[in-house]
Design a protein around this ligand. Structure first.
Ligand SMILES: [Ca+2]
Length: 325
C-alpha cells in the first residue's frame, strides 16, 4: 500500500498498478491442456502467482512435472508447488492414483524441486486469509482441494476476489454447438466436491464446454511452438507428444484450461451471464432458470482471437534459467 501511494505521489501511475495475485489449482499431466494453461499463466505479466497447486489423482506425479517445468524456466524459487491430497479418481480416465498418464514420464526421476511444506487446503486458506478479496483462484481440474478447504474453513473461499473455473457443460457437450450438455470431466470426477463448490457462496465464474470445447490448437500453431525452440515451448511440445499416446488424444488438443485465464486477461473476448447451476448425481450441470444466481457462466468466446493472443504470449516469452554462477 505504501509503495502504491508513493508511486502515485511521484506521478508513476504505471508503477503504481500492482500485479493480480493468483492461485492456480490444476490437474497437470492429465489431459494436456493444463500444460498450455500453466504456460499462459507463467507468461502473463499481469499475474503474481502465489502457488501452483496440484489436484486430483496422482498429485505427486503432477507436482514432479510442475517441478521440472519451473526448474527449466528458472522459476523454482519464485513459485511454490503445492501438492494436494491424492485421490482415487475414476479408473481408466485421466489417471487415478493407481495409474499414470504418459506425460508423467516427463517428470520421472526429476528431483531438483521441493514441494511447499504446507498441504494444498492449508496453503489456499492461508493465501486467501492473508490477502482477503485480492486473490483470484483459478481451478482447472476436479475440485477436491477446494472441498478440503471448505471442510476446514467454510468461509475461506468467500475471501477470494473471484473463483474462475473450467467447470461444467451448460448448453452443449464436448462435440460443440448442436450437441447436448453432458457431464464435464472436472464435475464428473468428483461430484460431491463440485456440489460443495456450487454451494460455497464464493464469487464463481464458470468456463464450461460452451466456451472451451471449440478452442483448439491446430497444426500450424503447434509447428510454430516447435520452431520457437525455447525451454517453455520445448516443454509444451514434449508434453504434447507424450499426450498423443493417450487413447483419447486427437491431433488438435482442446485448450479447455486456458479459457478461465483468458476470461480474466481478455474479458472483451467473452460474453457471460448470471446463472443458477445445479449439479446432478451424474455430474450434469443443469441451469435452473428463475432461481437466484449462484455463479456467472461464460456464454460465447472469440476462439480465433483467443488462440492468437495465447500464441503471442508463448512466442514472445523468453523464460529460461540463468547459468549457475
Ligand atoms: Ca485440467
Amino acid at each position: 500500500m505504501l509503495a502504491t501511494l508513493l508511486c502515485l505521489a511521484l506521478g508513476f501511475p504505471a508503477l503504481a498498478a500492482s500485479k493480480q495475485k493468483v492461485l492456480f489449482d490444476c490437474d497437470l499431466a492429465g489431459d494436456v491442456d493444463d500444460a498450455y494453461a500453466v504456460a499462459l499463466l507463467l507468461t502473463s505479466p499481469e499475474f503474481e502467482v502465489l502457488g501452483l497447486v496440484m489436484d486430483h489423482g496422482h498429485t505427486w506425479g503432477r507436482a514432479r512435472v510442475a517441478g521440472r517445468l519451473l526448474y527449466e524456466l528458472g522459476l523454482e524459487e519464485k513459485i511454490p508447488i503445492v501438492v494436494g491430497r491424492p485421490t482415487p479418481g475414476i479408473v481408466g480416465q485421466h489417471t487415478g492414483i493407481a495409474g499414470e498418464s504418459h506425460q508423467f514420464i516427463w517428470g520421472h526421476g526429476f528431483e531438483r524441486w521441493k514441494p511447499a511444506s504446507t498441504n494444498a487446503a492449508a496453503f489456499i486458506i492461508q493465501s486467501l486469509r492473508q490477502h482477503p478479496n485480492e486473490v483470484i483462484l483459478f481451478t482447472v481440474g476436479p475440485v477436491c482441494n477446494l472441498e478440503d478447504v471448505m471442510k476446514q474453513d467454510p468461509e475461506a473461499l468467500k475471501l477470494a476476489k473471484r473463483v474462475v473455473s473450467m467447470f461444467g457443460s451448460f448448453t452443449m457437450g464436448y462435440g460443440g454447438p448442436g450437441t447436448k450438455p453432458e457431464p464435464e470431466w472436472n464435475v464428473r470426477a468428483d461430484v460431491q466436491a463440485a456440489r460443495a463448490l456450487m454451494a460455497s457462496g464464493a464469487k464463481l465464474e464458470l468456463a464450461g464446454l460452451d466456451t472451451t470445447t471449440m478452442v483448439k490448437l491446430g497444426e500450424a500453431d503447434r509447428m510454430r511452438l516447435l520452431y520457437r525452440k525455447s525451454p517453455l515451448t520445448d516443454a509444451l511440445c514434449g508434453l504434447y507428444i507424450l499426450w498423443r499416446y493417450e487413447s483419447y488424444a486427437r491431433p488438435d488438443p482442446t485448450l479447455f484450461d486456458v479459457v478461465p485465464l483468458g476470461m480474466v486477461l481478455w474479458p472483451e473476448l467473452f460474453t457471460s451471464r448470471p446463472a443458477h447451476v445445479r449439479v446432478t448425481d451424474a455430474g450434469l450441470t443443469e441451469l435452473v432458470e428463475g432461481a437466484p444466481p449462484n455463479c456467472q457462466i461464460g456464454v460465447t468466446v472469440d476462439k480465433d482471437e483467443l488462440v492468437k493472443r495465447i500464441m503471442d504470449r508463448y512466442l514472445r516469452q523468453n523464460l529460461m534459467r540463468q547459468p549457475e554462477p
